[in-house]
Structure formats: C-alpha cells, structure tokens
Design a protein around this ligand. Structure first.
Ligand code: LER
Ligand code: MN
Length: 283
C-alpha cells in the first residue's frame, strides 16, 4: 500500500499564534523539510510573486521534496483581501491574486488552499449576500482553475476564526450548490474537533470531496499532545481510500523544531500502527 505523503508548513514570518512549523526563506525551508524526512512542503506566501523566485525552483529540483499545496490566507491576514468583501475592488483584487496562485500551482503541480480568504459575515442579515458573493468569486476562480488543470481545496474552519462554512457538510453542500468542478475540500482535524458531530462519520460522508488534510491535535499541538483519536481518524481515511497528503499545520510549540520533529515522529508511529493492524506494508 502506498504510504500517505507528509508535508511541512512554511511561511516567511510567523505572526501571533499562526500554526506553521518553519519560518524563513522557502528555499531553506525546503532543505530543512527534506533533512527532517518530510515528503512535501506546504507554502504560505503573501502573494504569488513570492513564489516566482527562481531559487525556489532550483531548490525543488535538487531535492526529493515537492510542494503539496499553496496556502492563501496571507491575502486576507496581511493584505485584507477577501472573496466576499462588500468593496468590489477588494474582491476583484482577491480574485486576481488567487489567479496568480493558481498559475504558480500549475507550475508546481500542487493544490491551492482556500481558507480565511473567504472573509466573514459582518451581521446575520448579510449572510445571503456574502454567500452569493462567495459563489460568484469562486465560480470565476473555479473556471480559471479548470482551464489551468489546478484543483482548489476549500477548508472548513472553526467558528471562532470564520463564521460560516465551518463544517465539512456545509462546504460539500456549497460546492454542490454552485456546481464547482475544480473546487474540492480539505480537512483540518483541529477545526473538525470543534465543528463536526462525529469526525469519522463526516469523513466517510464527504470523502469524495476530501483531497487534503491538516493534522493538529485538539489544542493545535502536534498529534499526541491533545485528545483527538488519530488512530481512528487515520484508519477511517485510509481504509476508505483517501490518498491525499497529510500536512503538519500545528502550533510551533514547544519550539518550531520540536514540533516539526514531534509531528513527523507521531505520524510515523500512527502509520506503523495502521500497517500492523491492517497487516499491510508501506511501499
Ligand atoms: C486556519 O485556522 C487554518 O487552519 C489554516 O489552514 C489557514 O492557514
Ligand atoms: Mn488548517
């Protein structure tokens, strides 16, 4: 059986309690991820321009690590851009920037993550309009992604960070309602622990849409440091045919390095236990 690939999250600068494991240049992050034994890197750039650095492509060519996904949350966090802003100029700049990410993802052969760039619903009465604007923006991006053979993954995010599309069921319904062809979803166990009635059942019910995963524990530390039942979640994913990447998006605590090593060590243990239980070997 093919072992799921692992990814380490990279960002230029960790601000506040952002859940990323490597801070610095992306090229150094790629070398570091390879040294630790990760298969992939998930890059959170502030703009697509940051991904055009030729040394990034040189670094990727000279090692076995690949880019699994591009995070886009910096567009919202750093630049205040949102797919649902009431300001049309802000929305169209968000769409323009995301098209830049899609162009890069095509070159890198990776996914594009859509998370907090959805924006928030300012007041309950704004809900229909925000959903309409999101549908409109995503439809345009979805068509662009389709023309460029790139898959986008929408992330259900817990209610304390984003106040709509918080659960897997809501996101799957949205994708169906707007008939998005190249937009699927990803899961994040930290958010699922808050939002899903039953994490494993929600994976089973939405599996055809789930293309990527962030693994962090209930306290957002690396798996094993909180109370999420990772053996059961991994069993549910793999025994139902999930073949996407599992990415280390967790708090860089107690230190970035300990978290990056600890995450990978607990993933290796989980995979060994899975192989033993299921009497299988990893290719
Ligand atoms: C947001 O909480 C999250 O889970 C990230 O994937 C966003 O960068
Ligand atoms: Mn996440």
């Amino acid at each position: 059986m093919k072992r799921p690939e692992t990814a380490m999250t990279l960002i230029h600068e960790i601000i506040g309690d952002a859940p990323f494991l490597y801070e610095g240049s992306f090229t150094d992050g790629i070398t570091h991820a390879e040294k630790l034994g990760y298969d992939c890197v998930e890059i959170h750039a502030s703009s697509a321009d940051e991904l055009k650095d030729p040394s990034l492509f040189d670094a990727l060519e000279s090692c076995r690590v690949r880019v699994s996904a591009l995070g886009t949350g910096r567009l919202y966090v750093n630049a205040g851009l949102s797919l649902t802003s009431p300001d049309a100029a802000n929305r169209s700049e968000a769409v323009r920037q995301l098209k830049g990410f899609i162009d890069c993802a095509r070159k890198l052969g990776c996914l594009v993550i859509l998370g907090c760039v959805r924006g928030n619903i300012p007041a309950p009465s704004d809900r229909p309009e925000v959903l309409r604007l999101l549908g409109e923006s995503l439809k345009e991006l979805d068509q662009y992604a389709q023309a460029h053979s790139v898959c986008m993954v929408f992330e259900p995010i817990n209610r304390y960070e984003n106040n709509y599309l918080c659960s897997t069921y809501e996101v799957a319904d949205f994708i169906r309602q707007y008939e998005l062809a190249n937009t699927r979803m990803m899961i994040d166990t930290f958010h699922m622990n808050i939002e899903e009635k039953d994490i494993c059942q929600s994976i089973i019910d939405n599996l055809p849409y789930i293309k990527y995963a962030h693994f962090a524990d209930s306290n957002r530390l690396y798996p094993g440091q909180g109370h999420i039942d990772f053996p059961v979640i991994l069993e549910t994913l793999l025994s139902n045919g999930y073949n996407g990447v599992i990415s280390a998006e967790c708090l860089p605590l107690p230190t970035k390095d300990e978290a990056a090593r600890g995450w990978l060590m607990s993933m290796k243990e989980l995979l060994e236990q899975y192989a033993e239980r299921n009497k299988t070997n990893w290719d």
